[in-house]
Design a protein around this ligand. Structure first.
Ligand code: PEP
Ligand code: MN
Length: 625
């Protein structure tokens, strides 16, 4: 059960509640939910709920009917984010774990690790202790395999994951790896579950071959009850009567899990299907269905693999899959970030270099705006998001060094460029260090007790009303009230506390203010994306450099712009955006903003840039990222 505590509770009352619960034999967990203090009590019911409800300082008691308690979303309404190496599983970014079934040799593991890292995997997997169906099959390299994994982490900066098959391996695992996997065959090995619970390292818990979702969550409960909250669930297919695939991938487990528990869920399409050509379709479906990540077997020479060769993707196939996932993720409000590791490591390096730990990024509006979401999706939990009330304020704060980064929108796929920010990029001496595209999905948000029939007034940004015109036309009686931004709209609706009010905003804003989403996706055009850039005073040392942005002007003579574009064309550099902006104070003269798919600051581009400089009157490099 969960005890919701009164706001004005005293320390003495809290202590008394805790000791009463312990006296009754309960395991006591401190919790909080959106500022509200809660106490979780796990154990056999000894008294009626009334008994606990009458304790001084208790506002109400919520019973948890499910067999699993600590794993229940009731106990922990927010999503759990599990940090493994530089990757956060369960956050805004999709985490892809890849590698061979088994570590076979140093050369094999390193070759595959380099490939999967190149294509965007953020964690490396490889078995050192393999639970094989036959005792005559390759059983893994044991400790030697673990030390190879540790070497990969050192050399490539990838966090490493491997399977633990016995509590006797715990000390070894502590020494070498970042996350331990409990395999499908061991999902109900309760001694092993208790052991990984005590180890405290993140645990990757696979679903048993014939386990129900409840049994799987009860296994997670074993780990959580030992005080280890870092559990990632992995669906890897279950046994059915169907012989065309190795197992049957239960994709419907994703929404079920998301509803029942706060723990992240990862899909393993490799063991689920057992066949290479079926892995990518299932991986794409998993991301579309809301999985927090994927675990995929990849081998550079699958025909020679000592285990699971037929289901291992070739590295190039893995690369193609990653490109597809990159496109699919924003559709479901997530991100596959090819610069994930480089960014996390660069931010960590920056913090270490400055001797303090907190990096800050400014965004427009308040918590829950789309700018906030862009900020959270770009940096994950590595950087603190700082609200600002105008774009100028963001540029000024970055310039003064009050914050390390700024996140500003540059263009929307429906409404075009945000000119103010283009002009700021010219005016301020700051660098673009990254970019992120976000799908803009609007939801009708109201009080949990409200419904569509009770609504009379709707608050949001005027542009949002435009974007939801078709939906709003069905409700001509609603009064539309403009707000500064979408998150402010939700906050105001919450503060007024009446069921006749609603806001149009993102899901994040609804979650932050604990409001209900009455209707999802009410924007007229679902292909509504906004592209944000991240600005900073300094380039991100060792950050990603796949694209570059620059601004220039040319002389007012025939073919001047063409001459500059020819330079890129001749070098085979792909131009992805060209935008012109009037030069202030010079009527009918223009600055060109150009985005290129190349690192124009690398030494090999020096000759190209020299020619460009000769052909332009003004040239400013905004950054390579
Ligand atoms: C594996 O991940 O290589 C493995 C053996 O998986 P499972 O336990 O799901 O069969
Ligand atoms: Mn395998």
């Amino acid at each position: 059960m969960i005890l919701v505590l009164k706001e004005e509770i005293t320390q003495e009352e809290t202590d008394r509640i805790r000791s009463t619960l312990r006296g009754e034999g309960y395991l006591v967990r401190e919790m909080s939910d959106g500022g509200q203090s809660l106490i979780g009590a796990i154990g056999k019911a000894t008294q009626d709920l009334d008994f606990f409800e009458r304790l001084p300082g208790v506002e109400r008691v919520i019973p948890i009917a499910s067999a699993f308690k600590l794993a229940s979303r009731k106990m922990h309404p927010q999503d759990t984010v599990v940090q493994v190496g530089d990757a956060a599983i369960g956050g805004e970014r999709i985490v892809v774990i890849a590698g061979p079934c088994a570590v076979e040799s140093r050369e094999q593991a390193l070759a595959i690790a380099r490939e999967v890292k190149k294509y965007g995997a953020v964690l490396f997997r490889g078995g050192a202790f393999k639970p094989r169906t036959s005792p005559y099959s390759f059983q893994g390299l044991g400790e030697e395999g673990l030390s190879i994994l540790a070497e990969i982490r050192e050399e490539l900066g990838l966090g490493v994951v491997t399977e633990i098959t016995s509590p006797a391996q715990a000390d070894m695992m502590m020494k070498y790896v970042d996350m331990v996997q409990v395999g499908a065959r061991n999902m109900q090995n309760f001694e092993l579950l208790k052991c990984v619970g005590r180890m405290g390292k993140p645990v990757f818990l696979k679903r048993g071959l014939s386990a129900t979702i409840e049994e799987w969550l009860m296994s997670a409960e074993y780990i959580l009850s030992e005080g280890n909250d870092n559990v990632v669930l992995c669906e890897r297919g279950i046994r059915t009567f169907e012989p065309y695939t190795r197992n049957t991938l239960d994709l419907s487990a994703i929404p079920v899990i998301k509803n029942l528990t706060h723990l992240p869920v990862v899909i393993d399409p490799s063991h689920a299907t057992g066949m290479r050509e079926k892995v990518s379709p299932m991986a794409r479906a998993a991301v579309a269905a809301g999985a927090d990540g994927l675990m995929i077997e990849v081998h550079h020479e699958p025909d020679k693999a000592l285990s699971d060769g037929p289901q291992s993707l070739y590295p190039e196939q893995f690369g193609r899959l990653m490109r597809d996932l990159y496109v699919i993720a924003p559709v479901v409000g997530r991100q596959l970030d090819f610069g994930y590791l480089e960014k996390a490591q660069a931010v960590r390096h920056m913090s270490a270099a400055r001797g303090d730990s907190d990096r800050r990024a400014a965004f427009l509006g308040e918590l829950g705006t789309f700018s906030y979401k862009a900020c959270a999706q770009y940096f994950g939990t590595d950087v603190e998001a700082v609200p600002m009330s105008s774009f100028t304020q963001i540029f000024e704060a970055v310039k003064r060094g009050d914050v390390d980064f700024g996140v500003v929108p540059l263009e929307n796929s429906l409404t075009g460029s945000i000119h103010e920010n283009y002009d700021h990029l010219l005016e301020y001496d700051l660098r673009i260090i990254g970019e992120i595209a976000l799908r803009i999905m609007h939801h009708l948000v109201a009080h949990p007790e409200g419904n569509i029939e009770t609504i009379k007034r709707v608050l949001s940004h005027p542009q949002v009303f435009q974007q939801c015109r078709q939906f709003l036309e069905q409700h001509p009686e609603w009064e539309l009230v403009s707000a500064r931004d979408t998150a402010t709209a939700v906050r105001k609706v919450k503060e007024r506390g009446v069921v006749t009010d609603a806001a149009i905003a993102s899901k994040v804003a609804a979650e932050i203010h604990e409001m209900a989403v009455l209707q999802e996706g009410i924007e007229t055009n679902p292909r509504n994306y906004t592209r944000f850039v991240v600005i900073s005073k300094e380039p991100l040392e060792n950050g990603p450099r796949r694209k570059s942005s620059l601004i220039y002007s040319t002389g007012n003579r025939p073919g001047a712009l063409f001459e500059t574009l020819k330079i890129f064309a001749e070098k085979g550099i792909n131009l992805v955006k060209l935008e012109s902006r009037p030069i202030h104070g010079k009527p009918w003269e223009y600055m060109f903003y150009v985005d290129l798919e190349a690192d124009i600051e690398s030494p090999s581009f020096k000759p190209v840039m020299d020619v460009l400089e000769k052909n332009t009157d003004y040239l400013k490099i905004l950054g390579s990222y």
